[in-house]
Ligand binder design. Structure first.
Ligand SMILES: C[S@@+](CC[C@H](N)C(=O)[O-])C[C@H]1O[C@@H](n2cnc3c(N)ncnc32)[C@H](O)[C@@H]1O
Length: 573
């Protein structure tokens, strides 16, 4: 019987003596304790240089580094059944299955004919005013019209950004009709003193003693706003937006799916659309981030599948509580928080988990993590401190140039851009849908069938402190919504790791899953983390390839990380 099992990793003890445990969900299929050998999966590898790189989309990127070449040169014999081919075959069936299950998948757009007029399709997509006939008309209305296919109205993306810690961009119209050309005319009975602020003066009330600023304000008819009371109240009322998984947009994916293969290739159209979708969907939360490029010099798959909505946000699935701001505390600091402060509430909270307080460095290595595997508590929207506070890093978004690049044996992966990334640098959050356990189990079973998964259980070690019966309540699924981090592959010698981070959320069970580098990363090197968790010496991991072969378990697949210490296998999901 196929069933989901959690990875019971026990690992390097935390200061509290509790094991670290965060991992991609393991979907275990154990056949009543019997263990067959799956020797084909662990067949020996032969070296073979991979085929010449086409200059398909290179943009002057650095040549692959040794590390990347080492991975890509790791070739395997025919009977190894390269996973990339495998996935694609299986995925088509599985994709349909997922969609038919219906909860979150986009509706399946009818495919246009293969020999469609690609130029017209493309012109239509770009909303060329010269194109009179829309795609829909040429397709017997099978595809929605151009207007209907526009990215969903802006109000939706504004709402989506509501849970970001950044203020939404103003959407004031700039057309001449709507822009104001002067003040509105005043009616005759307009009394300016009614609206103008007026401060009481001694001549108004000779007996008035201005004992405090508040008394003066009160006398003048104003209530003094108090930082703690009023700011907190306003934040609770207005800042508690979060996006719901059921509102995930899918128009772009539908639209691309409706293009013929020829149209997608035309002028590198599909690649450009993918890259533009990334920019469009993230302009509010990482408007200053370097662009993300899609690169494939391995085969002719243009981009990763358009199966998801690119987003840096956390989407809340059915049954997942909205962010808890009622119990969220902010600090009352002014300007940047002082890491030696005696009064900063955020520093005090961080000290409960790490004696040194704030986990980010200052000075030359500003923003780099001092220690990993500790939950990060960043300053939040309730805090009085400034945007340049040293305890605000994740919320300022991605700063590193990233490529989503096809690998030879692991599907798509994430690679560093042209500059070295120092160790302990923030890369991005593992964005996606928060799911309750039951839904994660249901989806995990479906994902297992096509051998790719994006589920990540939220089961950090500190959540279990003092509660032996604790079990993970939520998982993050990056299948339907997510960002570049959904392409991070597993490595037995990873250069990245995952840390829990809290910003506008007091519910410890719902951290952000943040990715940081754990080593210096060379230009062009692949970025990977360990699907087993952050720790090297986990009991669950096999010691060596021989031990690996003794695992008869459909959830394990051959690891293609290429690391010297490669265990030879990895969780299938
Ligand atoms: C979160 S996805 C990573 C992105 C994926 N490569 C893609 O193209 O979408 C995880 C899947 O990538 C593949 N994968 C990741 N690391 C791998 C490795 N070291 N060896 C083989 N396959 C790997 C497995 O199919 C796994 O289920």
């Amino acid at each position: 019987m196929r069933q989901m099992q959690k990875q019971e990793s026990s690992s390097r003890a935390s200061p509290e003596g509790i094991a670290t445990h965060q991992s991609f969900r393991e979907a275990a299929t154990r056949s009543n304790g019997s263990r067959k050998q799956s020797s084909a999966i662990f067949a020996a590898c032969e070296d073979e240089r991979f085929a010449s790189h086409s200059d398909h989309h290179s943009r002057g990127r650095p040549a692959p580094t040794d590390a990347r070449q080492a991975e890509e040169e790791q070739d395997h014999s025919e009977e190894d059944a390269p996973p990339a081919v495998h996935w694609r075959k299986r995925r088509r069936g599985a994709r349909k299955e997922t969609l038919d299950e219906g909860a979150y998948g986009p509706p399946v757009s009818p495919s246009p004919s293969q020999d469609g007029d690609s130029e017209q399709e493309i012109a239509s997509y770009l909303d060329d005013p010269d194109v009179e006939v829309s795609v829909a008309q040429t397709r017997n209305e099978a595809v929605p019209t151009r207007r209907q296919l526009r990215p969903r109205n802006k109000s939706r993306s504004t709402a989506a950004s509501g849970c970001s810690s950044h203020a939404s961009r103003s959407r004031r119209s700039t057309t001449s009709e709507s822009s104001s050309v002067g003040p509105a005319e005043l009616s005759d009975d307009f009394d300016p003193s009614f609206v103008e602020p007026r401060i009481a003066s001694p001549s108004d009330d000779p007996g008035f003693e201005p004992t405090s600023l508040e008394a003066v304000a009160k006398k003048a008819g104003f209530r003094m706003l108090k930082w703690g009371r009023d700011h907190r109240q306003m934040m609770k009322e207005f800042a508690n937006h979060h996006v719901l998984a059921k509102n995930l947009p899918h128009e772009l994916q539908d639209r691309i799916n409706a293009l013929s293969p020829r149209a997608r290739k035309e002028g590198n159209m599909q690649v450009k659309l993918f890259e533009q979708a990334i920019i469009e969907n993230t302009f509010e939360d990482e408007s200053n981030a370097p662009p993300i490029y899609i690169v494939n010099d391995i085969d002719d798959e243009l981009t990763p599948p358009f199966e998801f909505h690119y987003s840096n946000l956390m989407w809340h699935g059915e049954g997942v509580p909205k962010p808890d701001v009622a119990n969220l505390r902010g600090c009352g600091c002014l300007g940047p928080c002082d890491p030696k402060s005696k009064t900063c509430a955020c520093l005090a909270r961080q000290k409960q988990y790490h004696p040194d307080g704030f986990l980010y460095q200052e000075g030359r290595n500003k923003g780099q993590l001092k220690a990993h595997d500790y939950p990060i508590f960043e300053c939040n929207d309730f805090c009085g401190c400034s945007e340049d506070c040293p305890n605000r890093v994740v919320q300022h978004g991605r700063k590193q140039a990233i490529e989503i690049r096809k690998t030879r044996h692991k599907g798509w992966g994430v690679f560093n851009g042209p500059k070295k990334i120092p160790r302990n640098t923030y890369l991005g959050i593992y964005a996606g849908e928060y799911l309750v356990e039951a839904e994660a189990e249901r989806r995990g079973a479906v994902y297992n069938k096509f051998g790719r998964t994006y589920l990540f259980d939220v089961d950090f070690y500190y959540l279990k402190v003092g509660n032996d019966d604790w079990s993970s309540k939520y998982s993050v699924d990056a299948y339907h919504a997510g960002n570049f981090t959904r392409y991070l592959n597993h490595s037995c010698d990873p250069n990245c790791y995952i840390n829990a981070c809290y910003i506008n959320e007091a519910n410890l069970e719902k951290p952000l899953l943040t990715i940081f580098t754990r080593k210096d990363v060379a230009p062009g090197e692949e970025l990977c983390f360990s699907y087993y968790g952050n720790d090297e010496d986990e009991d669950e991991e096999p010691e060596n390839a021989a031990e690996v072969r003794n695992f008869d378990d459909a959830v394990y697949v051959q690891c293609r990380c290429g690391a010297r210490n490669c265990k030879g296998r990895m969780w299938k999901e």
